[in-house]
Design a binder for this molecule. Structure first.
Ligand SMILES: *Cc1c(COP(=O)(O)O)cnc(C)c1O
Length: 352
């Protein structure tokens, strides 16, 4: 592929697919007697007002979100968690058994799982020891069957931002899709890649309500991309993929951006304090710098520390089997009190 050409990037059968047309697609007014969707006209068991199907395109949430992010509502796709747009991107763009995607380990495991589910080859190009992208190596791994490169920034499980120049180099040098997963962007001192949407038709930015917004149980993920890419995702998604309850709750959250920002501030302050305290311990080899709401901590014996913490009812993530993460634990920043308990347990481990 010499230039970005969306029509040629999409799998041909998706291009010609005629999507399901729901009752709410065919008539979207809000006034009238609705006898078109076989709903229960009497109400909901339990008394909630959930007897009507939700808005299939989530217009109200998108309008608010578009305003907040300074994009058009048509550049927003909402999914059942970030997993949904990731899966839909595979289904729309990557031919099973034939085409491939590139991942940059150590990184979020869902890209590889989703690739496996879709019978798609993953080409792994490891990050540098400083957890940055080796742009040339990535571009060298690309062949004519490569459709997507997944970049996670801030990266999970390492916690660091990926240098913007490297991401821009991939966007420029690769003419498939570059998916930038920004699940943790709220915790970083950095502008979102959303700013580059106008410049790069091959960019997809993923964000989520699961982390900074504190709404993991809702399952609401967001993909920002060109109107054309969003239209493709809308064409193949399940018709009513976001519940009314989720849409209503997200709308309320978006009216309380200040509360999110306050929580982010508190978590970032706790993160920096925790990093300092853990760094000072004998058992700690290093605490990697974090732009996220967790710390990657290298210790003397990760398996043993992990078990010790579990015995003390503190659960962290053992990432020591992951490439470039030898003897490392991924620790989510908790409340001040939870972090104190953690540090106390670490100290007790040292004195045992
Ligand atoms: C937590 C996380 C997500 C969010 O997933 P949801 O399905 O939206 O809850 C996405 N990407 C990364 C890298 C994450 O760590």
């Amino acid at each position: 592929m010499k230039e970005f050409d969306l029509q040629r990037l999409i799998r041909p059968h998706i291009l010609t697919l005629k999507p399901y047309s729901s009752a709410r697609d065919e008539y979207s007014g809000s006034e009238g007697i609705f006898l078109d969707a076989n709903e229960n006209p009497l109400g909901s068991v339990n008394g909630g007002a959930y007897n009507r199907y939700p808005d299939p395109l989530q217009e109200k949430v998108k309008k608010k979100l578009a305003n907040l992010k300074q994009v058009s509502p048509k550049q927003i796709f909402l999914g059942n968690g970030s997993d949904e747009p990731i899966d839909l991107l595979f289904r729309a763009f990557v031919k099973p058994g034939r085409e491939n995607v590139i991942a940059l380990p150590p990184t979020y495991g869902m890209y590889e799982v989703c690739a496996s589910i879709n019978d798609v080859e993953v080409r792994n190009v490891p990050l540098t020891p400083a957890f940055q992208i080796e742009t040339e190596n990535v571009l060298q791994a690309v062949d004519e069957h490569t459709k997507i490169i997944f970049v996670c920034s801030p990266n999970n499980p390492t916690g660091n931002l990926i240098e913007k120049e490297a991401v821009l180099a991939l966007l420029q040098g690769f003419h498939g899709l570059v998916v930038v997963d920004e699940a943790y962007i709220d915790f970083a001192q950095s502008e979102s890649t959303i700013e580059q949407l106008g410049q790069f038709p091959n960019l997809v930015v993923l964000q989520t309500f699961s982390k900074a917004w504190g709404l993991a149980a809702l399952r609401l993920g967001v993909a920002y991309a060109s109107e054309e890419i969003v239209a493709i995702l809308n064409k193949i998604k399940a018709p009513y993929n976001i519940t009314t309850h989720t849409q209503e709750t997200a709308l309320k959250a978006l009216e309380n951006v200040g509360e999110k920002e306050q929580m982010v501030q508190e978590i970032v302050a706790q993160r920096d304090l925790l990093a300092k305290e853990l760094s000072a311990l004998e058992v700690t080899q290093q605490v990697f710098p974090s732009d996220a709401n967790f710390l990657l901590v290298q210790v003397d014996d990760a398996k043993e520390v992990y078990s010790y913490l579990v015995d003390n009812k503190i659960i962290v993530r053992d990432r020591s089997k992951v490439i470039l993460c030898d003897e490392s634990l991924r620790i989510t920043v908790g409340t001040a009190q939870e972090n104190e308990h953690l540090v106390k347990a670490f100290k007790a481990y040292g004195n045992r």
